[in-house]
Design a protein around this ligand. Structure first.
Ligand SMILES: Cc1cc2nc3c(=O)[nH]c(=O)nc-3n(C[C@H](O)[C@H](O)[C@H](O)COP(=O)(O)O)c2cc1C
Length: 180
């Protein structure tokens, strides 16, 4: 088992996958990690569609613009997790938004996808969070109901090679003491 900081710093966005299936046990661990994500008032507003069907993958890929560097791996990754969120639950009480940010669903799904990405990395799997695509087209393909959004498509699989780490801002560049 890798140390937590190694897992956090070693996880990369993987856009090329080997032609090797992801086992059911590994997949179950990813979903278990998702299950334990923290969320607003424990609202757990997520639904996850496990996509293995080649025709569904192709249809999802068609919803992604050509310029998106993650487009091609949607078809080639052995499995995709389509992460959906229910609107107006997270950050709401009795139908009213509790904060100026309104819906916290995206935030909760961000936490959940990070749980999945980090767990995948510990298992030797790569993953990618895809946010730039035609969400309405993807919704139609997957039959997502009206009061839900499909927020991200996550390809999962064994990386086809090493991925260099994109640069990060230094801690001192984003850390403030006592006031902004
Ligand atoms: C919310 C979100 C949306 C993203 N959408 C895309 C995407 O549509 N296509 C893509 O290739 N990468 C996408 N990425 C991956 C980022 O480009 C990547 O995380 C960033 O460049 C840092 O690289 P690293 O994940 O390897 O550390 C997305 C990441 C996040 C968190």
């Amino acid at each position: 088992m890798k140390e937590l900081m190694d897992i956090i710093t070693g996880r990369r966005s993987v856009r090329r996958y080997r032609d090797e299936a992801v086992g059911e046990e590994a997949l179950a661990q990813l979903l278990e990690a998702a299950r334990w994500a923290q969320s607003w008032a424990n609202t757990q507003c997520w639904e996850i569609i496990v996509v293995r069907d080649a025709a569904v993958k192709v249809a999802l890929q068609e919803a992604i613009p050509e310029g998106n560097p993650g487009r091609r791996c949607v078809e080639s990754a052995p499995v995709l997790l389509a992460v959906c969120g229910k609107r107006r639950v997270s950050g709401f009480y009795q139908g009213n938004a509790l904060t100026r940010f309104g819906d916290w669903m995206l935030f909760d799904l961000g936490v959940l996808t990070q749980n999945i990405a980090l767990t995948a990395h510990t298992l030797g799997l790569g993953s990618l969070v895809l946010g730039l695509f035609d969400h309405d087209a993807a919704r139609k393909t997957l039959g997502v109901p009206e009061d839900f959004e499909i927020v991200t498509i996550m390809p999962i699989g064994y990386p086809a090679g090493d991925v260099p780490a994109p640069p990060r801002r230094e801690v001192a560049q984003f850390t403030h003491q006592d006031r902004f």
